[in-house]
Design a binder for this molecule. Sequence first.
Ligand SMILES: Cc1cn([C@H]2C[C@H](O)[C@@H](COP(=O)(O)OP(=O)(O)O[C@H]3O[C@@H](C)[C@H](O)[C@@H](O)[C@H]3O)O2)c(=O)[nH]c1=O
Length: 398
Amino acid sequence: MPATPTPSTPSRWDLFCRVIDNHGDLGVCWRLAADLAHRGVQVRLWIDDARALTWMAPQGQAGVQVMPWRDPLADELPGDVVVEAFGCDPPAAFVARMAAAVVPPVWINLEYLSAEGFVERSHGLRSPQWSGPGTGLDKWFFYPGFTPRTGGLIRERHLGLPVDEAPGSPRPSAAELLQAHGLLLPPDRDIERTVLLFGYRQPALPGLLEALAGGHGPGRTRLLVTPGWSAEAVGDWLGAPMRPGAPAVARGRLQLIPLPALPQTAFDRLLAACDLNLVRGEDSLVRALWAARPMLWQLYPQEDTIRLTKLQAFLDVHLDDAAPPGLRAAFEAWNGARTWTAGDWSTLLEAALPPVSTRRTAGWTDWSAARARQLAQGRPDLTSALLDFARQHRSRTG
Ligand SMILES: Cc1cn([C@H]2C[C@H](O)[C@@H](COP(=O)(O)OP(=O)(O)O[C@H]3O[C@@H](C)[C@H](O)[C@@H](O)[C@H]3O)O2)c(=O)[nH]c1=O
């Protein structure tokens, strides 16, 4: 049941989203819209391509109205707050109406997540509009981030995320979760670890697949393969296509399960049910952190220097002294910054994530759970920070 907003809470928000490629832009915007709605805000989510919502959020969300992006968009009155996701440039006629309003909306540019130093420096900066349809307005830069001097990370209270649960709380297995989405997994008596793969194309994958297929210890690894690039790359390695939802394929000690695209909430729960999550892009990184399980992150393909600078900044924040040895190198290998063989992957898995039946220490697993809790503790989440920011700036103009 959505909460009733306090009288001073700006309660009508417009959120603009342009889908560039992949699913991250829409993924972030949908999460934010749903989280705002759960806190009593009425959201209009303006999207230029909403097709992915059919699988990402088939259930919809009370309080969120999905609107087709139109340009010109002169016939709509702006709400109290306008969020432009990732500098997507709302239609000029709408911005002109924002400038003409007696009390102009708070205009926020929500930026991409990064751990780089510029984020703390740029978060909350004002950009006065000297020309164009928004002349006279201020646009505010809002940066998600990992430190208290940033906008924080989205962490929806209504979802009951694993990081917010008491340690050891029971979680459904991957097989149970997938069964609810019509996917019946083969018996898992000898499955020792479940790994989820959601990535871009990259050269390090075959080495890891070989390490898992070659295996060690008594059991097998179950690899859940998401549709798109991951399914294509695994299909190339297998020499046979992986079709979403098709039956499992076995290769050595590896059992490969081609997944269909799942609703975002199911995707989040699945991460919490896996022993290792190989994720990509910014939104899945945050979900993998809140799943509180071991993970490796593959960054969005960009020029090497940009990508690897962003990776190092994240690793500097993420890896503390207690991190399993070899983890920084594994992140680098997973992002093409060093070459790793199947033997290197086996060494890491043996040391940090051994099969359950031979596990003496739970190094990577325990460390991931502790690290996730530290990251969440005492920090406002992104939606709370945005609500506060809007409240403060609205009271200045109102
Ligand atoms: C595999 C899967 C993903 N998802 C969701 C989770 C996320 O919200 C979304 C994936 O987004 P990301 O993890 O960010 O990865 P992505 O590669 O899809 O998105 C990218 O888009 C580019 C435009 C950005 O510049 C990138 O930085 C990145 O965000 O898809 C599901 O809901 N169900 C699924 O089955």
